[in-house]
Design a protein around this ligand. Structure first.
Ligand SMILES: Nc1ncnc2c1ncn2[C@@H]1O[C@H](COP(=O)(O)OP(=O)(O)OP(=O)(O)O)[C@@H](O)[C@H]1O
Length: 255
């Protein structure tokens, strides 16, 4: 039997995500300047910080949409910065939801959910459609299966994007400002879906300024500024305890 390289083996006891001394530069602009943190299985970690502080870059490094300049990132014990790691296998364990939904506009909702399953997971059409229907039901959009994205509200499109990510059976989900592009009245439905996922035990890393969500389901609140984590802790404590005044001062300006 082929021997596995140690860093290629999933370690169930390891944190879901562990980041060590992560640096990322674009040219001579160092955007992440030494990030250390971890996310345990089933935890919900919310990330806040000013525009340009590196929040999206951090998420994008975790699923290797960006290549770190230095440092290490372990996903379930696998070092994804190791050149020997098969990135596609690790990426398939991580679902990502973007601010702008990123649905294919020329495809129906159903096709948006089946295409990656068929291509990346090699599922047959019938199986992919069954899984798609289950996940659309979960986000309350079973009746929109044949609609095109342009005929849905922003909130509905984002719920389709969440259902699409779930259809790949991820172990964890990364959300990059999932409600920032939505009209205020549509935010609640998306947050309800995310709350339900959190209650089901999904491991989640969420860039968001929705502090009601962080308080209610977040296990950790991380404040980034200038490419580093400035403060972190239990959301209720970070939001109330004077010790975390830098996070509070930032939030008081943006909320
Ligand atoms: N592909 C890229 N090429 C060059 N610079 C980039 C790239 N991506 C991000 N940056 C720069 O990195 C810095 C951090 O960007 P990032 O998007 O991670 O911040 P952010 O905290 O998520 O901001 P926002 O809240 O506005 O989305 C910014 O100065 C940005 O211009």
């Amino acid at each position: 039997m082929e021997e596995l390289h140690p860093t290629q083996t999933i370690d169930e006891r390891a944190p879901a995500i562990q980041v060590r001394d992560l640096h990322k530069s674009f040219g001579d602009n160092e955007v992440l300047t030494g990030i250390d943190f971890s996310v345990d299985h089933g935890q919900v970690v919310c990330v806040v910080g000013p525009s340009g502080s590196g929040k999206s870059t951090l998420l994008r490094c975790v699923n290797r949409l960006e290549e770190p300049t230095s440092g290490q990132i372990f996903v379930e014990g696998i070092d994804i910065t190791d050149p020997d790691t098969e990135l596609d296998k690790v990426r398939s364990r991580i679902g990502m939801v973007f601010q702008q939904f990123n649905l294919f506009p020329h495809m129906t909702v159903l096709r948006n959910l089946t295409i990656a399953q068929q291509r990346a997971k090699k599922r047959g059409k019938a199986e992919a459609e069954t899984i798609a229907r289950e996940n659309l039901d979960k986000v309350g959009l079973a009746d929109k299966i044949h609609a095109f994205p342009a005929h849905l509200s922003g909130g509905q499109q984002q719920r389709v994007a969440i259902a699409r990510a779930l259809s790949m059976n991820p172990d964890m989900m990364l959300f990059d400002e999932p409600t920032s592009a939505l009209d205020p009245e549509l935010v609640g439905d998306v947050l309800d879906v995310m709350r339900a996922l959190a209650h089901d035990g999904m491991t989640m890393m969420v860039v968001t300024h929705e502090m009601g969500f962080a308080r209610e389901v977040g296990d950790k609140l991380v404040f980034m500024d200038g490419g580093v984590i400035v403060e972190e802790g239990d959301p209720v404590q970070v939001l109330n305890d004077p010790q975390h005044r830098r996070t509070q001062s930032f939030l008081s300006k943006v909320l």
